[in-house]
Ligand binder design. Structure first.
Ligand code: AHR
Length: 610
């Protein structure tokens, strides 16, 4: 087989700087119990709902009916999340270790030897009381850190802060709060954060490092269906997710079925985009959920709400909402240049009407913001104005491999395509197979070739907490202390140099051409330029390939310095916590830089040659 690359500058085209990014959705406990490092689950006791007594799960009780009575009531000092926990200690002679409450976090807290954890909680007690706070093993027997907090007797709520330094490691720890003193103590907004988080901004460092290694050019957030809700009353509300964390009401995400206290809120997403040096793409609800909709005649307050969100991000520190951002510690605006008007709502009754209301208001207030429609414009023109349109695809590997040419046929006029969600799923995806990643890689080479019309692409979903695999497969798998990338994650690392690179025409001649997909780019690091050819061999035979280059400029390094190959013994191979890099790229140094290069493509492989 031969692959010819026309590397001459005249036939090259620049790939948009934005081409490859990431899409974060609060799904699979990706945020709460995921990248957001908060260790306490249901920290404000709100998850059981506003009607008391309510379920306090996953909190539970240390002691028995005769020694302690614990129930929620509506006495919090925080008006937007009014539920608090009342604990009445009944015993005069309490058991050793006292009675109290514990929180196991999200399937166990990862407490590590020598590390510091900051406990913050709000307490109220009529009488002065000593509380023992400790980090223990899940059965309470191993003590990893403890402190005694004296709560002064008063009728007011008091904020308590206590640093706990662990003297041992336990991956499934819990937080305990106990006392021996008879009487009543109230608790609310109990938070335990590791001191060490990504750039000090509250994110799990090792998980965010996986994202920064992709060099993403945009961050689409916070969903997905999470933005829509099954019902509007459960949709993501940016306004409820900003300001002091203690005052956020939290909400039940009814599509993915779990509570989030919204510690990871609108502000934190903007902060994350800044920390990753990437463009934020705010997907907002356009008055449409899975089951109910706001009539366009009544959409005006929702439009106003979104304009407020943009002022929060972009307004000066003196503006109404910009001043709220500044008070949170970010006087400089966040550069929001893209918004998506809804998610997967094109077919909904009021979508177009609502869309136009949002579109016109945003265009007028922020003429530079690019707006993304949910209606697919790849096969026919949109009937409404847009800068980009969403294109989502979840399918089997063969179909996605064959979709690599989809955008060849798309009209070059009109809005650009944003492939904001793509993945192989179901039948041959496993929990993230090599096969899935090969089809996705082939699809992405097609997007590179069509990047005059496709300006953005992101895999979905990004994260899964292994304890809540609602959606399968995902790019990054984690639990409280481990993580790994699936082959679909690793596949993306071979595209991280593509955004902003030059794409070159190629021709492939081979009897195997039906199972090959390829692209050629010139990319730059801080010092040098390199030609890179990527080839997917989707077939089960090894393929001997001659890659010949013409028109290469002297300033660009020819092929032959390295090869990076993603493959494995079995096409259905996956990674796991015990074997996290079973399917991961293997880089080899080569020393035969030349205009013509002979390579052998392993069966079922994805290779990048530099
Ligand atoms: O990525 C998972 C879901 O797939 C998203 O929430 C939604 O946009 C799509 O249907």
């Amino acid at each position: 087989a031969t692959l010819k690359v026309d590397a001459s500058p005249q036939s090259a085209r620049k790939i948009p700087e934005t081409l490859f990014g990431i899409f974060f959705e609060e799904i699979n406990h990706a945020g709460a119990g995921g990248i957001w490092a908060e260790l306490v689950s249901n920290r404000g006791f709100e998850a059981g709902g506003p009607h008391t007594p309510s379920n306090i799960d996953p909190w539970s009780i240390i002691g028995d009916d005769s020694s302690v009575f614990v129930a929620t009531d509506r006495t919090s000092c925080f008006s937007r999340n009014i539920v608090a926990l009342r604990m009445e200690v009944l015993c005069d002679d309490c058991p050793t270790g006292g009675v109290g409450i514990y929180n196991p976090g999200f399937w166990g807290m990862n407490i590590e030897d020598g590390k510091a954890y900051n406990l913050v909680m709000y307490v109220k007690s009529a009488e002065t009381t000593d509380l023992a706070v400790s980090l223990t093993s899940s059965d309470g027997l191993q003590n990893l850190a403890s402190a005694t907090i004296t709560v002064s007797g008063t009728s007011n709520w008091t904020k308590v802060e206590q640093k706990l330094v662990a003297k041992g490691t336990n991956r499934t720890s819990r937080l305990q709060i106990t006392t021996n003193k008879k009487g009543v103590v109230w608790f609310d907004q109990v938070s335990l954060m590791p001191e060490d988080t990504y750039k000090g901004h509250g994110f799990r460092t090792e998980l965010i490092s996986m994202l920064s290694d992709l060099k993403p050019r945009f961050l689409r957030f916070p969903g997905g269906c999470f933005v829509e809700g099954d019902w509007l009353r459960n949709a993501f509300r940016w306004r409820e997710s900003i300001g002091p964390w203690e005052e956020r009401p939290g909400h039940f995400g009814d599509v993915w079925h779990y509570w989030t206290d919204d510690g990871l809120g609108y502000y934190e997403f903007l902060q994350l985009a800044e920390d990753l040096d990437t463009a934020p793409i705010w997907v907002f609800n356009n008055g449409v959920s899975h089951n109910d909709e706001v009539d366009t005649a009544a959409i005006a307050p929702f439009v106003k709400d979104v304009l407020d969100s943009l002022e929060f991000a972009r307004g000066s520190a003196n503006s109404t909402w910009g001043s709220v951002r500044a008070a949170m510690g970010h006087p400089e605006p966040f550069p929001v240049k893209y918004v998506a008007i809804g998610n997967e709502d094109c077919g909904k009754k009021f979508y177009r009407g609502n869309y136009l209301k949002f579109y016109n208001a945003i265009r007028q207030a922020y003429p530079d913001i690019q707006m993304i429609s949910n209606c697919d414009g790849s096969s026919r023109p949109l009937d409404h104005p847009a800068d980009l349109y969403d294109f989502h695809v979840y399918t089997d590997s063969k179909t996605l491999f064959n979709m690599r040419n989809t955008f060849d046929r798309t009209s070059r006029s009109g809005p650009k395509a944003f492939v904001s969600e793509y993945a192989v799923w179901r039948s041959d995806a496993g929990r993230g197979s090599l096969l899935a990643s090969l089809a996705e890689a082939a699809f992405l080479t097609g997007l590179e070739m069509n990047s005059d019309i496709v300006h953005m692409a992101s895999y979905a979903p990004l994260f899964v907490n292994d304890n809540d695999r609602t959606w399968n497969p995902d790019a990054i798998v984690f639990n409280s202390w481990q993580h790994y990338g699936t082959p679909s994650y690793w596949m993306q690392t071979l595209f991280r140099e593509s955004s902003g690179a030059m794409i070159h025409p190629i021709t492939v001649s081979s009897s195997y051409s039906g199972s090959l997909a390829a692209s050629a780019i010139t990319w730059q690091d801080s010092e040098n330029s390199f030609l890179r050819v990527k080839v997917v061999n989707f077939g089960s035979d090894a393929v001997s390939l001659t890659i010949s280059t013409s028109g290469l400029q002297a300033s660009v390094n020819a092929l032959g310095s390295t090869s990076t190959v993603l493959t494995s013994g079995n096409v259905m191979d996956e990674n796991s916590f015990s074997n996290p890099t079973k399917v991961a790229p293997v880089k080899s140094e080569l020393s035969n830089a030349a205009e013509e290069m002979q390579v052998t493509l392993a069966p079922h492989s994805f290779s990048a040659f530099d």
